[in-house]
Design a protein around this ligand. Sequence first.
Ligand code: F6P
Length: 533
Amino acid sequence: MWDDLKSRGAAIAERRIETLFEDPNRARDFSVSALGMLFDYAKTNIDAETRDALIALLDARDVAGRREAMFSGTPINETEGRAVLHTALRNLDGAAVTVEGQDVMPEVLDTLERMEGFARAVRSGEYQGQGGAITDVINIGIGGSDLGPAMAAIALRPYHDGPRLHFVSNVDPADIHDTLSACDPATTLVIVASKTFTTIETMTNARTAKAWMGEVVSDTGAQFAALSTAADKTADFGIAPERVFGFADWVGGRYSMWGPIGLSLMIGIGPEAFRAFLRGGQAMDTHFRAASWQENMPAMLALVGIWHSQVLGHATRAVLPYDNRLARLPAYLQQLEMESNGKRVSMDGEDLGFESGPVVWGEPGTNGQHAFYQLIHQGTRVVPCEFLVAAEGHEEGLEHQHRLLIANCLAQSEALMKGRDFDEARSKVAGKFEGAELERQAKHRVFPGNRPSTTLAYPKLDPETLGKIIALYEHRVFVEGVVLGINSYDQWGVELGKELATALQPIVDGERSADDKDGSTAQLVGFLRANGA
Ligand code: F6P
């Protein structure tokens, strides 16, 4: 199957994507419309036969069976023996979801209601700090306990009507210092977000925040809340159970923003808007379970990714939102996709035999156009691009500016596909140069084109739409993982660095010598200590 796809890839290597548009229905037939959104993959070199071959992968890998196993609570995270049920967090109708014989929905909905009660109390001023109503909320967490709400707080800024939100993640003291210095401890709520409540960065920052607050506030514990699966550890930290919002181990960190990890966002935008976000995710779940593969947005997004990454061998993909408020979406997707599918062995521990998931990166347009698009258009490497664009912005009176943004987005995918050949480049500069210099100048202005891109278009970046988009990418990761035979839900690759950091701490502190370290590490420790560490 892979061999067949690879030979298809080789066979179409010289074919221009534009030629596929000789079929007048190309755009319609190579798009998926669902839930008010349009996913257009017509500007790729996928033709009907290739698509059939890609869809055959889904059946060969029993993606449908695996999908139902996920939704119904089977422990598909096999290396950790856990179910994968972030979808239960947005299962707003409460239809039963069973894990080890028990329906988890009553507890999920109960926690959601407790979060809503607390968020309302913070927003209304009923819950107060020592100095009065809460003006600032600081979420301390990292990775999945930070990136989701931090990304969404920016994405949904037009809906923000609660206290100011801050996100501290890095163990670099600059992060917590700069945040704390902008807040009043007497009116600040600190949320410690950590599934395990052991992550060194988060616990270090949480202790720093507690000490900062303790200089002013007599009962610091009363101005702390915790989001965690580890109730014993939150109690040890001094946070009363009524402000602890728990979730089960079947919610992976990078899939957790739908539940308690979303509390800061809920306080910022309000419980109603947060529910709209959940509804969007739930709508995508329903679509993902019901739609045929060709009409299935997450499945087709995944297959386009597999075509570009595993079949054609493009090592990276750029996520390019023409929506400034999605500025943190690429960072969010880096964790979602790379921590999920950056694995070198398959579920059974054998070498994968092909490339794992790609490097994901990006920046919002139009900023990226003036930075790295040069390489995307004229570099020697092909970077498949994924554009996102809203039909409408939020800024009244500036609609013309939004249309300019849209024009830029569409122009980029058109330019990537069409390029500019030598004759056209030559005619552009024919008046300015002549002879050999004209030839030389023209060569610099050639765009090879034939570079693939997809575009996800949606009406407006409101909470429900954001929910649809995030769930879309989650399911894309799932489908890619199943096709590649990867366990998308563990993350052993982050452990080694954590262990070595713990071992290096006493060496950096000067309590132990670096003699047993490699020469480079010892030299770096020496330099940093000699210069003030
Ligand atoms: O980076 C590894 C990781 O375990 C992520 O998967 C997770 O999102 C992050 O650390 C934070 O973990 P926790 O929520 O337990 O503090």
